[in-house]
Design a protein around this ligand. Structure first.
Ligand SMILES: [Zn+2]
Length: 317
């Protein structure tokens, strides 16, 4: 009953904020207000850091990109705060992942998209490049950013949309896109070379939740997640036992914690393996659904991928 009530309040708040913005846009016709608006940057709001980084790279300095989900935040659980709603209402464009990654925000995006520019970065991806899975409500795995070639396609798709929204900056956006596509292509080759140093039989990546399946598909790694594809599915004793059996059978040396998921389950796996005489360590922390802090190397998409690959290679080779 309480949940229903909270949902109603949220619905009313979204409606209220939409009405407020309409009121402001209807009355702010004075020249003074207009020139102030013209001088301030165009505000873009993104959900995840990965999308924020992409928009920062594609757009010129006349734009200001704000990421709603800070470092360490789990997008599967994230609920928009009142401050987020205000930010989104004021933004010129809202960009999100889609495929139900931001599961608790779907309704808000639907509502806002009736009056504002709202873009899902995965919206134009061809179906045959998406990973189907029965573990996620939509039947499709939303963690698309871990296949660099797929992210590169997303970069093309997003740039195309941005050029439509902001034709005055088309040349700059195109330039930025072309440069970044080259960087992503180099990153992709770098990852393939780095991972090739792990022998085939040790190419097993066991993490807290199933965020790395696209990574596994792209780079030929057997990926296992303790918790399934969304962090909202709980792990059970059987999941732990299955993981322990697999680790002992495949002689896996390390498992990996994720920056946005509790390490509890993996610690239980390590303890159980060690008690059975199999040496297993936590190989390090991977960034899965959230990047590192803004303005650090790991706070960029390329830096995050490099950190993950380095951590995986060091622990498994
Ligand atoms: Zn996830």
């Amino acid at each position: 009953m309480f949940v229903g009530k909270g949902k109603n309040i949220m619905k009313k708040l979204v409606g209220f904020l939409i009405s407020c913005s309409l009121l402001v846009s209807c009355t702010s016709s004075s020249v003074e207000v207009k020139s102030e608006v013209e001088n301030s940057p165009i505000s873009i709001v993104t959900t995840t850091g990965m999308i924020g980084d992409l928009l920062d790279i594609l757009l010129p300095e006349e734009f200001k990109v704000t990421r709603l989900m800070k470092a360490g935040v789990d997008p599967h659980y994230y609920k928009a705060t009142q401050g987020d709603l205000v930010l989104m209402q004021k933004a010129d464009l809202i960009v999100y992942n889609g495929l139900h990654l931001e599961g608790k925000m779907t309704e808000i995006f639907e509502k806002l998209s009736r009056r504002k520019k709202v873009l899902a970065v995965t919206g134009a991806l061809p179906e045959n490049r998406l990973r189907k899975t029965s573990e996620f409500a939509t039947g499709i795995d939303p963690h698309v950013w871990f296949d660099v070639a797929l992210w590169s396609t997303i970069c093309e798709d997003v740039a195309k949309e941005l050029v439509v929204y902001y034709p005055n900056w088309a040349v700059k956006i195109e330039e930025n896109k072309n440069r970044y596509i080259d960087e992503l292509s180099a990153l992709n080759s770098e990852i393939i070379v780095a991972l090739s140093s792990i022998p085939q039989e040790r190419r097993v990546l066991l993490t807290a939740h199933d965020a790395f399946a696209y990574f596994g598909r792209a780079y030929d790694i057997d990926v296992r997640g303790l918790q399934g594809i969304s962090t909202s599915t709980e792990y059970g004793i059987k999941d732990i036992e299955d993981a322990v059996d697999l680790i002992i059978e495949k002689e896996i040396k390390a498992v990996f914690v994720e920056s946005s998921v509790s390490p509890k389950a993996l610690q239980a796996v390590v303890e159980k393996c060690n008690s059975k005489g199999h040496d297993l360590v936590i190989g390090g922390e991977l960034f899965s659904d959230s990047m590192g802090e803004e303005n650090t190397k790991e706070g960029t998409y390329i830096g995050m991928l490099r950190h993950n690959v380095e951590t995986i290679v060091t622990a498994l080779k």
